[in-house]
Design a protein around this ligand. Structure first.
Ligand code: FCB
Length: 460
């Protein structure tokens, strides 16, 4: 295969999220989050796994940062646990919670690694969950207060601030399908949550800017929605509907001034959108400096009157849309491997929503890694050629988008470490670094060494 070079200053890095790696669930005044509650609820998470210990990153961050430096990472995207900063979600900040991120940021900067902050990666303080979570408009206001407090402590050293990670998951999986915390199955709640999440983004972005932040953004997981049959009008209509519910419901208010008519009409059949108040859309549409894109696989749909629809994750699609089962080769999540979907998605966003720089904030794959010779402390090597192939294919796809003119600023692999994969618990391994959960020993997989090489060459 041909060799490829990425633009100068292309940002190479890795991503993680607080609840998935930190552990230390009760340390230094951290309050409970909706994920603590959800993971303790029987039947919600594979084998009752929780984030109580996870990768123990809270105590091992220095070792982990040293590993990042060894791999040559230029950027590290991590999330801040709101329940560490405000254990009850409101009220006085807990300085010991902020101290942890203070230490982490200093450790990163000392190694020349740019910190990229995500303010919300799904771990809502439980006491806000008790008051309706994202279905309660007040949560959006509280989020802005938390964002400002966090900026106040870290803003002098952190340049890149993103508000939410994948509000699609928070809203539709949290309140629609119930696969994620808080585990509700209520289509009206899902749409209400979509709006309050976007409002929370808008309020937090405004607060961050007022405090002096220069680079403010948000991370979405837009879908590359494809028709089963490119010549079918019914399939094209299904694409339009699913694209509206998954993509345009977020992208249009953020980047095109407001919700699209067809989406509001669809939502209106499920719930009267009175939660959208005067001024909300203007606030949400305030310019951002960066759009984070998480991409894993494409979505194929067909328009069929007897289609099963997407269940709670796509309210109102039953009896109209069929979601096609993924076809091989599949990852350990059962997700399709289709790098071309990333090129299409990046190009589409750059075309339909021009002017905002893009950053791939997550891309990667779970595979049932088979560690090599086991030693008492953990495996000595992990030969993950399938992950290397996945990453290489997607980097080529990202490069293709750049060569077609997309303003793509960097690539962050998901994930640095094997970690708590939400409802799947620890059974899915996404890391380029293997974690032995018994000993907490970290072993860079072959993909980590391969990635190190990619970074040092700035290409493939
Ligand atoms: C994304 C999440 C991330 C991780 C990957 C596999 O949806 O943002 O936390 O779980 O999927």
């Amino acid at each position: 295969m041909s060799s490829l070079r990425f633009p100068e200053n292309f940002l190479w890095g890795a991503a993680t999220a607080a609840y998935q790696i930190e552990g230390a669930a009760r340390d230094d005044g951290r309050g409970p989050s909706i994920w603590d509650t959800f993971s303790r609820t029987p039947g919600r998470v594979h084998q009752g796994h929780t984030g109580d210990v996870a990768c123990d990153h809270y105590h091992r961050y220095a070792e982990d940062v040293a590993l990042m430096a060894e791999l040559g990472l230029r950027a590290y995207r991590f999330s801040i646990a709101w329940p560490r900063i405000q254990p009850d979600g409101t009220g006085p900040v807990n300085p010991r919670g902020l101290d942890f991120y203070d230490r982490l940021v200093d450790a990163l900067l000392a190694r020349g690694i740019d910190p990229i902050v995500t303010l919300y990666h799904w771990d809502l303080p439980q006491s806000l969950g008790d008051r309706g979570g994202w279905t309660n408009r007040d949560t959006a206001e509280h989020f802005a207060t938390y964002a400002a407090a966090t900026y106040g402590r870290l803003g002098d050293r952190v340049d890149v601030w993103t508000t939410l990670n994948e509000p699609w998951c928070s809203a539709y999986l949290g309140y629609g399908s119930g696969v994620h915390a808080p585990g509700e199955q209520d289509p009206a709640a899902a749409f209400t949550a979509v709006h309050h999440l976007l409002l929370g983004h808008g309020l937090a972005a405004r607060a961050l800017r007022a405090a002096g932040a220069r680079t403010v953004g948000i991370t979405l997981n837009p879908a590359d929605v494809r028709p089963a049959d490119g010549s079918s009008a019914a399939d094209a209509a299904a694409v339009r509907l699913v694209d509206g519910l998954h993509n345009r419901i977020f992208l249009d208010p953020l980047l095109a001034g407001g919700y699209p008519e067809d989406v509001l009409e669809h939502v209106g059949r499920i719930v009267e959108p009175t939660f959208v108040r005067d001024g909300d859309e203007k606030l949400i549409a305030a310019p951002i400096d960066l759009l984070g894109i998480n991409y894993y696989q494409p979505t194929y749909v067909a328009g069929r009157p007897d289609g099963a629809g997407g269940g709670g994750a796509y309210p109102g699609t039953d009896g109209a849309v069929e979601f096609l089962p993924p076809v091989g080769p599949l990852t350990d999540m059962g997700w399709m491997v289709e790098p071309a979907g990333l090129t299409r998605l990046l190009e589409r966003i750059a075309t339909d929503y021009p002017g905002v720089p893009l950053l791939i904030t997550e891309n990667g794959a779970a595979y049932p890694d088979k560690p090599g010779v086991d030693s008492p402390g953990g495996p000595s090597q992990v030969l993950d050629t399938d992950r290397i192939a996945y990453l290489e294919g997607h980097l080529r796809a990202a490069h293709e988008a750049i060569s077609r003119g997309v303003d793509l600023r960097g690539y962050l692999v998901w994930s640095l470490l094997d970690n708590f994969e939400w409802a799947e618990g620890y059974r899915r391994r996404f890391g380029i670094v293997h974690v032995d959960y018994l000993t907490q020993r970290r072993t860079p997989k072959s993909s980590a060494r391969w990635y190190q090489e990619v970074i040092s060459r700035n290409g493939l």
